[in-house]
Write a protein that binds this ligand. Structure first.
Ligand code: C2E
Ligand code: CA
Ligand code: CA
Length: 712
């Protein structure tokens, strides 16, 4: 923008062709001549009129800077001329100096002023006064003239710049030092899909969607400094409707001062879209639509990043298809392509949408698994993949079968970056091939062995549950003094078709780990209640008899535990007084509050609770005191050596004393010999359980025991 000074210098150039004019009006020719002679000077035009009408006529054609007007004229006098000049817009502002011979006519004077007189000159006119007055008015006039010109020029400049601002395709916002939008050009309005009034007056922050650019507006002065350093940045602006659009944006302080700044921005949606397309093309396999090698690298990096941040573990599966070459050679490339596409679909069906399936070219596929709970899950997916690949692929005539070999690398055991993980998976894949096709192999042998054993066990456990290879045995609990039966402890057994009966120590932890403990635990409760029901019907249960059920941590913590037990009991009409739950110290201590709450609700149904394996955990006496339990079961580890080891004897004595002081009964577990029973009796222990009395009994044996009152 031009400054006023600059405008003035350009004006002085034009001064040359600017000529001022004075209109002299007097009916006396001699007066006119005398005035002309006095005022004549270069650059000044003198117009003369001998009457009012002539004067008005001249004023229609010429612009005059001043009118010297004789008051006393025949016909139309000076006042009348002045009055008529007042009536016209283009003559109203012309200053008039009246010339009059009458000195003290006050009324005439006032009349003159009313009609527009600026000043009076009295005849005979003093030349010095005349000249100085006239030059004063001329000076005023020329200043006025210059100002008008300057304004015109500025207005012109304004129009010029505005039309530029309006014509540019970039959005332009003028923002003041407080971060308020003061100006917006049509392009800006168009991009924001807003009217000027929607934008002007708003804090500029509100127009940005991201946080990145916040600094531009928060603090006017600092923002400008920062903004200058920012140069061209990419940001996201918000249309009035709230929809974001990407822009490249430049922020420039106005006039170098901190009065505000200009934001000029360009919509880059199309470019962004194009860039995204390019990225997609660069990371996608055109045949299958899966990720290509680049896409895979990105996915692996992301998965490893997440695993590093502790969000589960990540695994890479490298899949090599069997017989693909044969398919290609026999049926041609079109069939080969269709086959690969089908493989891609099947692989995708095996993983979650958040996982990545990639094709590295040929028949080599890769799967990136993210946020896995454990490496075992990778093996499960590998099995799923092998299963879907083994299904026949339909062709136009007939179908083909394939299979694959899968190498698995788990982060971080098998590699710390994408490259290492790929190499590990590759090596593992060759091992899988060497093991015979249609299998998977982990990179580390240890992991491989562990996972395979686990998978096998898990698989057969699932089968056992399905095939009902699980069954219950019952171990009697008797009083130490009279060997009267007080209850059975229910113990779970698994009859493996090949390995025979498997003890719960082996498979209960497994059931816990894979979550199968919940359905199995529920099954145990149901079975136990069914037996109780049958024995109850037969009237076989002695007074005070209780069936003790072992409950694992995961089962007890399950939200539906109490509910499910109730369900099992009520479906067989079993009263709570027939049921006892055995909870270990570690289970109770894991979440004491939950335990208290659960135990309280169990007790309202008459169910009793005992602490199993007592002495092996580290429960505090204080905590025990607050738990509403009925019995302590001394762990068999303390019972076994009780006759020989004085320390074990001391421990058992302490436990019995403690139980008595808390009003609890005590059961000694694992009693195998009379000597142990003898010691326990001496200590005042109430009940015992162990091979000395009875081994865990099959259901029919347990029934016989109930009938006969002793082990068969
Ligand atoms: P536990 O609750 O301590 O069960 C007592 C274990 O001692 C049983 O082993 C029993 O067979 C064994 N036993 C009994 N008398 C003697 C004896 O005189 N000498 C010796 N050496 N051992 C004796 P089992 O049946 O192998 O059960 C092992 C553990 O598995 C149990 O320990 C219990 O914690 C768990 N368990 C068994 N059945 C279930 C079940 O249905 N659910 C849950 N959650 N856990 C169960
Ligand atoms: Ca037990
Ligand atoms: Ca026990």
């Amino acid at each position: 923008m031009q400054s006023l000074e600059q405008v003035e210098t350009t004006l002085t150039g034009e001064e040359a062709d600017f000529m001022q004019a004075i209109l002299l009006v007097d009916d006396n020719e001699a007066n006119l001549l005398a005035l002309s002679a006095l005022l004549e000077r270069p650059g000044l035009k003198l117009l003369t009129a001998k009457s009012g009408p002539e004067a008005l006529n001249l004023l229609l054609k010429h612009a005059a800077a001043l009118v010297l007007l004789d008051v006393q004229m025949p016909g139309m006098d000076g006042f009348e001329v002045a009055r008529l000049m007042q009536g016209r817009a283009d003559t109203r502002a012309i200053p008039i100096i009246f010339m009059t011979a009458f000195y003290r006519d006050e009324a005439a004077l006032l009349r003159g002023y009313r009609n527009g007189a600026i000043d009076y000159l009295y005849k005979p006119i003093n030349p010095v006064v005349l000249k100085s007055k006239v030059s004063l008015f001329l000076e005023l006039d020329s200043q006025q003239h210059r100002l008008e010109r300057a304004y015109a020029q500025i207005a012109e400049q304004k129009r010029y710049y505005q039309s530029i601002l309006h014509a540019v395709g970039d959005g332009v916002l003028g923002v003041d030092a407080r971060g308020i939008v003061r100006f917006c050009n049509p392009a800006a309005q168009c991009l924001f899909q807003a009217e000027a009034r929607d934008l002007q007056g708003r804090p500029v922050d509100e127009l940005f969607s991201g946080e990145a650019i916040q600094t531009l507006s928060t603090d006017g002065a600092q923002a400008l400094v920062d903004a200058e350093a920012l140069g061209l940045v990419e940001a996201e602006l918000l249309r009035v409707g709230g929809e974001p659009f990407p822009v490249s944006l430049r922020c420039t302080p106005i006039g170098g001062s901190l009065d505000g700044y200009v934001l000029a921005f360009q919509d880059i949606s199309e470019r962004k879209c194009f860039e995204e397309q390019l990225v997609a093309q660069a990371t996608t396999d055109p045949l299958t639509g899966l990720a290509n090698r680049n896409g895979l690298k990105l996915a692996v990096d992301m998965a490893l990043g997440r695993a590093q941040r502790g969000i589960g573990c990540a695994a890479l599966l490298l899949i090599d298809l069997d017989h693909f070459k044969a398919v290609n050679d026999t049926y041609g490339h079109d069939v080969g392509d269709a086959f690969l596409k089908e493989v891609a679909q099947r692989l995708k069906s095996c993983v979650r949408v958040s996982d990545t399936v990639a094709r590295l070219g040929g028949d080599e596929f890769t799967v990136v698994l993210d946020e896995l709970a454990e490496s075992n899950d990778a093996a499960m997916i590998a099995e799923k993949i092998l299963e879907v690949l083994s299904r026949p692929f339909p062709l136009e005539h007939g179908s083909i079968a394939t299979g694959g070999s899968i190498g698995i690398a788990v982060y971080p055991e098998c590699g710390l970056d994408a490259g290492e993980m790929m190499r590990s998976a590759d090596i593992a894949m060759y091992r899988a091939k060497a093991d015979g096709r249609n299998g998977y192999h982990f990179f580390t042998e240890e992991m491989n062995a562990k996972v395979k054993v686990r998978m096998l066990l898990e698989q057969s456990l699932r089968q056992a549950v399905d095939n009902q290879d699980l069954f219950l045995v019952f171990q009697p609990i008797v009083t130490l003094d009279s060997q009267a039966l007080v209850g059975f402890e229910v113990l779970l057994r698994w009859e493996h078709p090949k390995a025979g009966v498997v003890g719960p120590e082996t498979f209960i932890p497994l059931l816990e780990e894979c979550g199968l403990i919940l359905p199995v635990g529920r099954w145990v409760m149901g079975q136990a209640c069914a037996y109780l029901n049958a024995w109850l019907d037969e009237g076989l249960l002695p007074d005070g008899f209780r069936l003790s059920l072992n409950v694992s941590q995961r089962q007890f913590a399950g939200v539906h535990f109490v509910e499910q037990l109730q369900e099992a009991m009520s479906s067989c009409s079993i009263p709570g007084s027939l049921i006892e739950l055995e909870l270990t110290e570690s289970l109770l201590m894991k979440d004491l509050e939950l335990a208290k709450e659960r135990i309280a609700s169990l007790r309202t149904q008459g169910i009793s609770v005992s602490i199993d394996d007592f002495g092996t955990g580290y429960s505090s006496l204080n905590d025990l005191k607050h738990l509403a339990i009925d019995r302590l079961k001394i762990d068999q580890g303390f019972v076994q050596q009780i006759a020989e080891n004085s320390r074990d004897l001391a421990i058992c004595r302490t436990i019995v004393t403690l139980a008595q002081s808390l009003g609890l009964t005590v059961v000694a577990e694992g009693v195998e010999a009379e000597a142990q029973a003898e010691r326990l009796r001496e200590l005042g222990c109430d009940c015992a359980q162990g091979f000395h009395y009875a081994r865990p009994l099959a259901a029919d044996e347990a029934e016989a025991y109930l009938r006969g009152g002793r082990a068969p």
